[in-house]
Design a protein around this ligand. Structure first.
Ligand SMILES: C[S@@+](CC[C@H](N)C(=O)[O-])C[C@H]1O[C@@H](n2cnc3c(N)ncnc32)[C@H](O)[C@@H]1O
Length: 252
């Protein structure tokens, strides 16, 4: 089970202001793949919908899944504002149970690496396979395992302004833990109205940058044939993302 202390309500509010839209070239890539799939698409770990919503607006049938209620609530609120209907489910990928099968699924932005436990990832891949039609593509962006992180820690601070004039500051300390296999981000969101602190939220985000060969072996064990691994030399939208794209095809 996903037991992260992450993606709470203040994070969701910050996320939408900090990353209001998907990178244009990445979105164009997934739109093109959705068109080629010719059917219903699933975006697991959809968050607040920066990929799902424009794809739905463009007329694709895209369902979303996420374990965070605040991220899904933000997604539904944005959908309402845009006048588009979306179907999202609050579920953990390791126990995914949806009423449909899909002709494509995609997880952008390295999110799959938030599942840091291999047995949980295996369950998630098996549940994804169970929801895909034979021949359907599963597109996974994984955080490259050679990602550089200044040791022992890196400090980051970002500030966004809310529509009511208040601000949210995100501060984060990043570190490598457990023999450098995991990247840990300890963050705090602080909402201020003027100089007054009105809300705070802490977050412990852990990422596991899987080696492409390891993920490909796991996919093969879970009923997929790995078609290819692509990096920024194949797909320009991956440049500076620190991610590799793994494409796997659901076996018959
Ligand atoms: C970085 S956000 C990415 C959202 C979206 N794909 C984007 O690019 O904006 C990662 C999302 O994965 C969700 N998540 C993490 N672990 C999960 C799990 N085991 N099952 C379902 N969702 C999960 C989080 O709640 C969060 O909304």
């Amino acid at each position: 089970m996903n037991s992260m202390n992450a993606y709470g309500s203040l994070c969701a509010e910050f996320y939408d202001l900090d990353k209001p839209s998907a990178p244009v070239d990445a979105l164009a890539f997934y739109v093109d793949r959705a068109r080629k799939s010719g059917g219903r698409v699933l975006e697991p770990m959809c968050g607040s919908g920066r990929f799902l919503l424009p794809m739905s607006l463009a007329g694709f049938s895209v369902d979303g899944v996420d374990s965070s209620l605040p991220m899904l609530a933000a997604c539904s609120a944005r959908a309402h504002r845009l006048g588009v209907e979306v179907r999202v489910f609050q579920q953990d990928l390791a126990s995914l149970a949806l009423p449909h099968r899909y002709s494509m699924a995609f997880i952008p932005s390295g999110s799959i690496c938030l599942i840091t436990d291999e047995s949980e990832l295996q369950l998630a891949l098996l549940r994804l396979r169970a929801h895909l039609e034979p021949g359907a593509a599963l597109l996974l962006e994984i955080v490259s395992d050679d990602i550089e992180l200044t040791s022992p820690a890196e400090l980051e601070t970002r500030v966004v302004t809310c529509t009511d004039g208040s601000s949210i500051t995100y501060t984060c300390v990043a570190s490598r833990v457990a023999s450098a296999e995991l990247l840990c981000f300890s963050g705090t969101y602080t909402k201020r109205a003027g100089y007054r602190v009105v809300e705070t939220e802490t977050e412990e985000l852990v990422l596991r940058p899987y080696a492409p060969s390891r993920l490909m072996a796991m996919l093969a064990d879970c009923g997929f044939t790995v078609a290819k691994a692509a990096d920024e030399s194949d797909l320009t939208f991956l440049a500076n993302s620190g991610c590799t794209l793994i494409e796997a095809i659901a076996d018959a």
